[in-house]
Design a protein around this ligand. Structure first.
Ligand code: NAD
Ligand code: IPM
Ligand code: MN
Length: 355
């Protein structure tokens, strides 16, 4: 199979984790006789450094040519003084919007090997954590009007019926191939957008009689995640709530460093990135956990290329390496073997070769 992959390395730890994920991509190419054509695309801080713009037209053109996009992470202190419309984070939002990537799947799955790294009590962890946050990604407060007039600032949050329907459909379909439960998280006791979400989701649920639907306020959901995460199967929620809850969920599984994501939508191009940011505090120290990016590559194989065997092979290798006790600093616990970012990447590659 021949596929064109746009590579956005990004900023701070971005290039470090993407390098390890690319080792995995090359290993998959060799093992399964595929050809991946890599297109290096500048976006975010790296693009500002090179061109002054966070997302130059040449990058947009290259992204649109790709079959899939792999992105590290963008942003960091060097770029915090950029005007709002040229911040690295703005580039990321534009990419999501330009590629129509309205559905962001963020799995929160506790690898049993990492139970000790979870901050939750063992009796809670033992019940298991295995859910997916289906986060709306191209609407809501991120994409409303942002305005500061004098000593007053406004961020507008808006959703249309169609925007809600299409993401809810993804959540129901995801639940159908999982444990048949959707929890729609909102703030319907206050927000009109949430009230509309409830109405649309309730109506759509009739088309999925095999899926149980419940609603939960976001403040309660944040608490329930710590109290009993085993109650969740698919969490369906709007853009900002999904951003916040998925970071919380990641930590319950031990570390934010192992969680990958798939952003899918109205075109055939999918984007794959870890859910964490550019981690400026550990950049350049070979300390970053590359597993979130490597597992994002597995999601790319599965969702964009329909290469299930390759996806499973990568996931199996990650499990095996964790079984063998290898950990980056963020997921260290007693008795484990600490390795750096590059060694972790090498270990996964070697494991895939031997799987
Ligand atoms: P962050 O996710 O970068 O870091 C939060 C904490 O988690 C830090 O202590 C960091 O060291 C740790 N961490 C994150 N990823 C890790 C990994 N792979 N291995 C080990 N430890 C890891 O969040 P932040 O500090 O709030 O944001 C830093 C910058 O990243 C900001 O500019 C922010 O806007 C940007 N950001 C970008 C993305 C993205 O590109 N998708 C996502 C989130 C944040
Ligand atoms: C993420 C990030 C982004 C978001 C930022 C950098 C715009 O936090 O991918 O989770 O909030 O979507
Ligand atoms: Mn985030």
């Amino acid at each position: 199979m021949e596929k064109r992959i746009a590579i956005v390395r990004g900023d701070y730890i971005g290039p470090e984790i993407v390098s390890e994920a690319m080792k995995v991509l090359r290993c998959i190419e060799t093992k399964y006789d595929h050809t991946f054509i890599y297109d290096e695309v500048l976006a975010g801080g790296a693009a500002i450094d090179a061109t002054g713009e966070c997302l130059p037209q040449i990058s947009i053109d290259a992204l649109k040519q790709a079959d899939a996009v792999l992105l590290g992470a963008v942003g960091g202190p060097k770029y915090d003084s950029q005007p709002a419309n040229n911040r690295p984070e703005k580039a990321l939002l534009r990419i999501r919007s330009l590629l129509g990537l309205f559905a962001n799947l963020r799995p929160a799955i506790l690898f049993p090997q990492l139970a000790d790294a979870s901050p939750l009590k063992p009796e809670i962890v033992q019940k298991g954590i295995d859910f997916v946050v289906v986060r709306e990604l191209t609407g809501g407060i991120y994409f409303g009007k942002h305005e500061t007039i004098g000593d007053r600032a406004v961020d507008e949050m808006a959703y249309s019926v169609d925007e809600i329907k299409r993401i809810a459909k993804v959540a129901f379909e995801t639940a159908q191939v999982r444990h048949h439960k959707v929890t729609c998280v909102d703030k319907a006791n206050v927000l009109d957008t949430s009230k509309l979400w409830r109405k649309v989701v309730q109506e759509l649920a009739k088309e999925y009689p095999d899926v149980t639907l419940n609603f939960m306020y976001v403040d309660n959901a944040a608490m329930q995640l710590c109290k009993d995460p085993s109650q969740f199967d698919v969490i369906l929620t709007e853009n900002m709530f999904g951003d916040i809850l998925s970071d919380e969920a990641s930590m319950l599984t031990g570390t934010i460093g192992t969680i990958g994501s798939a952003s899918l939508g109205s075109t055939s191009i999918g984007m794959y990135e870890p859910i964490h940011g550019s981690a400026p505090d550990i950049a350049g120290k070979d300390m970053a956990n590359p597993l979130g990016t490597i597992l994002s590559v597995a999601m790319m194989m599965r969702y964009s290329f329909h290469l299930e065997k390759e996806a499973k092979d990568i996931e199996k290798a990650v499990h095996a390496i964790l079984d063998q006790g290898y950990r980056t600093a963020d997921m260290m616990s007693k008795g484990m073997k600490q390795v750096g970012c590059q060694e972790m990447g090498d270990l996964v590659v070697k494991q895939i070769e031997n799987n």
